[in-house]
Write a protein that binds this ligand. Structure first.
Ligand code: PGA
Length: 249
């Protein structure tokens, strides 16, 4: 039995002050939740506020990115030990927006995932095809190359601590969700890759989250699928009530 993860990816939204307000509103709304791990991922500068406000609740905090080296002359970067030191527990790696706008590649995804794991952060590694790739029938090939380049080089012990988020790029921020059937097909494909590389036990225990226009009104149908082990939520995670509704689904 895999415990689902519901993670909110806030992207470039919310100040530290707004983060505190959000968590004060969210905590009572999800305090009965026992069946899911709850993660919020604010911008870097709001992480301390989130961690302070989440203390004593079941809500955990993640970053949206991390650099692969611990320290050095790398202006603007933040390392995994720095995140861990402030009480951050999770990190999103390889989000499609980082791939599209910030030059993230399979190689950087692999390095960042390795660094996160070595420091003890729990990575949520994003994969997913673009619309033209889906329409060209390349979804499987894209997922396979993202898995091979970003994840297959980990050791089984390392991979066992990774969650994957399948996020079809055409569904992110567009209001177009994959149908539960489409998501299940992609998740099952990824799980077969995990099984072939890391074995059945790890494949059965691996959590694969769905992301892309998850909202309170479609979350239950997606999360009802055995293959879907949680959600990575963008827009709908910015409002405490709607995020809580997804957690409670
Ligand atoms: P969305 O974003 O829920 O706003 O589509 C999801 C994501 O980018 O992780």
């Amino acid at each position: 039995m895999r415990t689902p993860v519901i993670a909110g990816n806030w992207k470039l939204y919310k100040s530290a002050h707004e983060t505190t307000q959000f968590l004060n509103e969210l905590a009572p709304l999800v305090k009965e939740t026992r069946r899911a791990e709850i993660v919020v991922c604010p911008p870097f500068v709001a992480l301390p506020a989130a961690i302070a406000a989440a203390r004593g609740s079941a809500i955990e905090v993640g970053a949206q990115d991390v650099f692969w080296l611990k320290e050095g002359a790398y202006t603007g970067e933040v390392s995994a030990p720095m995140l861990l030191a402030i009480g951050c527990q999770w990190v999103i790696i390889g989000h499609s927006e980082r791939r599209q706008y910030f030059g993230e590649t399979e190689e950087t995804v692999f390095k960042k995932t390795t660094a996160a794991l070595e420091s003890g952060l729990k990575p949520i590694v994003c994969v997913g095809e673009k619309l033209e790739e889906r329409e060209a029938g390349q979804t499987g090939a894209v997922l396979e190359s993202q898995f091979n380049g970003g994840l297959a080089g980990l050791s089984p012990e390392q991979f066992a601590r990774v969650s994957i988020a399948y996020e079809p790029v055409w569904a992110i921020g567009t209001g177009r969700t994959a149908t539960p059937e489409m998501a299940v097909e992609a998740h099952a494909f990824l799980r077969a890759k995990i099984r072939a590389r890391f074995g059945a036990e790890i494949a059965d225990a691996s959590r694969i989250l769905y992301g892309g226009s998850v909202k309170p009104d479609n979350a239950a149908a997606l999360l009802a699928q055995d293959e879907i082990d949680g959600a990575l939520v963008g827009g709908a995670s910015l409002d405490a009530k709607s995020f809580a509704a997804i957690v409670n689904a």
